[in-house]
Design a protein around this ligand. Structure first.
Ligand code: BGC
Length: 381
């Protein structure tokens, strides 16, 4: 590890927090922060949130990202369940959106352009013919402003950044926020929000790669997944939704009874440049805008369980199909399917389906606020 966190222990000692005894021990609740390194001469900071139950979350202001989540397994051993790198310098070179906040529009926009109020906006086509995850230099490749916070739910960090009008081709100056809080209920709460001064599409997405067996423990194919979704959005060969909203019945995408991820994996075999595997948007049941539990992931070896609750309409289930053996934290090799993403979101390419039944409004107008909540809750089975 190149840059151990400098011990600037901010120990937030009010309310439910016991305060720091012994200068940052495993059980101290609060935020620890320090300089992690620099990128192109700009200082990058890292933060560690701790609760009083042995859970820790590492965050970084580059990409407003999660770089580690350590949770106790069923035997009480601490397991880091997030893929990442030991030094910040490795992220721009090797990361496939590891842990970051993706924007201004996460996932794909077909053909890399859209029309809004009679104007055509041309974006980077950085994924074949399509625009992916905000373009050439999306929100994940910028250093955000960071403020350590203490909320009634626990310690956290609020990241903010201004995305100027025209950035990556998008209209309107967008003020974006991504706030992380670690609670005493072993929840990592992520709240993303934005306001704008001109109409713009907005779909900010969190992109952590999880492996509840521990990062670097092999593939996630033996983990069990439940997703509360009756329908999904079928896609074309370039992963752009066809517009149809189809039932998951009798498809490999039916996770309503919970099943091992590997069980129906052969339904999506490799094909040419397509490495195969799951990379699909499922349409979540329940009311959009209401926080509800939508997914549950369990690892058979560690017994670690993660549930996800969200207020969003969709979730991209992606099985790390493009992971290529890159060396991550502590020398671990991240092979294909070595981690998975569960990215709550508006459906991909929604900007081309505005007003169609089942599709949500992704245009943010001045005076309104984009809001997106994700709660990751950890326990053991
Ligand atoms: C997308 C994948 C893409 C990956 C990049 C996911 O959100 O669904 O298609 O390859 O991000 O890391």
């Amino acid at each position: 590890m190149r840059h151990p966190i400098l011990s600037v222990l901010l120990c937030l000692s009010v309310g439910v927090f016991a305060g720091c005894q012994g200068g940052g021990s495993m059980t101290s609740q609060g935020v620890e922060s320090g300089v992690w390194g620099d990128l192109d001469g700009d200082r990058v900071q890292r933060f560690t949130l701790r609760n009083g139950r042995g859970m820790e979350v590492d965050l970084c202001d580059y990409g407003a990202m999660v770089t580690g989540v350590r949770v106790p397994d069923r035997d009480g051993r601490s397991v880091d369940v997030v893929l990442g790198f030991d030094s910040i310098e490795e992220y721009p070179e090797k990361s496939q959106y590891f842990g970051c906040t993706v924007g201004r529009v996460g996932n794909r926009i077909g053909g890399g352009s859209f029309e809004l109020d009679g104007e055509t906006y041309q974006l980077a086509a950085n994924n074949g013919p399509n625009h992916l995850h905000g373009g050439d230099r999306g929100f994940d490749k910028h250093i955000w402003n960071a403020t350590e916070i203490l909320t009634s739910r626990g310690p956290g960090v609020r990241f903010t950044r201004t995305s100027p009008a025209g950035e990556e081709g998008y209209p309107g100056t967008l003020e974006a926020e991504a706030t992380y809080v670690l609670t005493e209920n072993d929840e990592l709460v992520i709240e993303m929000s934005a306001v704008t001064d001109a109409a713009t599409p907005c779909n900010i997405v969190h992109h952590t790669y999880w492996n509840l067996g521990g990062h670097g423990s092999g593939t996630i194919l033996d983990e069990t997944l439940f997703i509360d979704a009756d329908r999904y959005t079928p896609v074309d060969a370039t992963l752009i939704p066809t517009g149809e909203i189809a039932p998951v019945d009798a498809t490999a995408l039916d996770f309503r009874n919970g099943k091992s991820i590997g069980a129906d994996f052969e339904a999506f075999p490799p094909n040419g440049d397509d490495p195969g595997g799951f990379d699909h948007n499922l349409c979540l049941n329940g009311e959009v805008g209401t926080l509800r539990e939508v997914a549950r992931l369990t690892d058979p070896t560690t017994g670690i369980v993660m549930t996800i609750s969200t207020d969003q309409p969709g979730i991209q289930f992606y099985t790390g199909n493009f992971l290529n053996g890159m060396i991550g934290k502590a020398g671990a090799a991240y092979e294909k399917n070595g981690g998975l993403c569960l990215e709550t979101q508006a459906f991909p390419d929604s900007i081309h389906h505005q007003g169609e039944p089942g599709w949500s409004d992704v245009v943010l107008n001045p005076g309104n606020r984009y809001e997106h909540v994700m709660v990751h809750r950890f326990s053991t089975d």
